[in-house]
Ligand binder design. Structure first.
Ligand code: FA5
Length: 335
């Protein structure tokens, strides 16, 4: 057989062997048998190259390279195919098995109510503002007309912190009410003002089914000329109707807060029972003076509502402590 004939036969046989290799190990054996540097049959072809006549050498050399390239390409292509097939058959994915249920998170019921309150009050034209949870005595008490000897300032009724305020250098505490944000807002803004602030407050109250030492309030403040208590009641009624439906009634009971005059407790009626949900009143002139407003020129109303109370009523929860226990069996029922 001439040299080129031997090349052709080698090519045909090796390509057939490559195609017949059933797995990667068999293919590797074919590669060693045909193309192996030490003992592969390609070495016989190389020897034939040396035996070619001088004028035949360019043609034979070119053909040798073509055969070698074709076989290398076929080996590579077959290896890719076998690897893909192996991956497919060895995959542990079984479409008949039940899937893993992905548990989606959801917002805490109190966060849901806070978001809804923000949205509702936004529709009434109230802007949402925030304030710090660590407060100084000016914002938690003094500017709110709560004098030094007032029982609300008793250290046993507040969470004072064992460090001094970064700005004032005076005592600091966890805020006991969101009314602090009234002062912070008025210090920075001129009337008219229409804000709500929703957030955590802290009191060392005895914990029971309706009281927690940390809870949430929504503070509201409106300051303008010619503001009346009737407007306060309208805003609170509209708010209650929007959140709980047209059957809910609200009533004012005379009360006292140092920062409002007159002051009221706000009750709401669900079914047959009245429930206290917050305090409210007309902003006391002393508060306006403490932030540099002219009490002759401006009036305002303010309210502070307990968010947990709404949440309990809304979702039919009978114990406030459930909200803070992080029990997924409880939390996953909402939303
Ligand atoms: C105040 O905190 C006043 N700052 C409200 C206010 C604002 C009056 C603006 C006038 C003008 P009071 O201490 O009553 O008021 O608390 C308001 C509401 O917070 C209560 O009606 C109740 O719904 C809720 N609340 C009070 N203490 C707790 C508690 N320990 N746990 C859960 N909710 C509470």
């Amino acid at each position: 057989m001439d040299i080129l004939g031997a090349f052709a036969e080698f090519e045909t046989q090796s390509l057939a062997a490559i195609a017949a290799a059933a797995d990667e190990a068999a293919l590797e054996q074919v590669r060693v048998d045909y193309m192996g540097q030490k003992s592969g049959r390609i070495r016989d072809l190389q020897k034939l190259l040396g035996m070619a006549d001088k004028d035949q050498k360019p043609v034979v050399g070119k053909r040798f390279n073509e055969v070698r390239t074709a076989i290398s390409a076929a080996l590579e292509e077959r290896a890719v195919g076998l690897r893909a097939a192996a991956a497919e058959t060895s995959s542990s994915f079984d479409v008949t098995l039940p899937g893993t249920v992905q548990r989606g998170g959801r917002l805490h019921p109190i966060t849901q109510v806070i978001n809804e309150f923000r949205e509702l009050m936004g529709r009434f034209g109230f802007t949402v503002v925030d304030g710090p949870e660590i407060e100084d005595e000016r914002h938690n008490f003094e500017a709110l007309n709560i004098p030094e000897d007032h029982p609300a300032r008793d250290p046993l009724d507040n969470f004072y912190l064992a460090c001094a305020g970064a700005v004032s250098g005076g005592p600091v505490l966890l805020r006991s009410q969101t009314s602090t944000v009234q002062i912070r807002t008025m210090e920075q803004t001129q009337p008219p003002i229409r804000i709500v602030s929703l957030g955590r407050v802290y009191r060392p109250d005895t914990i029971d089914a309706t009281h927690s030492c940390m809870f949430h309030q929504m503070e509201g403040l409106l300051v303008d000329r010619h503001v009346t208590m009737a407007q306060l009641k309208t805003v609170l009624s509209q708010f209650a109707h929007s959140f709980l439906g047209p059957d809910v009634e609200i009533r004012f009971r005379p009360s006292f807060f140092p920062f409002t005059e007159p002051s009221v407790e706000v009750d709401m009626r669900w079914g047959d029972t009245w429930m206290e949900i917050g305090g409210a009143g007309m902003v006391d002139p002393a508060v306006f003076e403490s932030v540099g407003y002219d009490p002759e020129e401006y009036q305002g109303f303010a309210f502070g509502l307990g968010i947990e109370r709404f949440c309990m009523k809304h979702f039919g929860v009978d114990d406030i402590r459930r909200f803070y226990e992080n029990d997924l069996r409880f939390l996953s029922q909402f939303g």
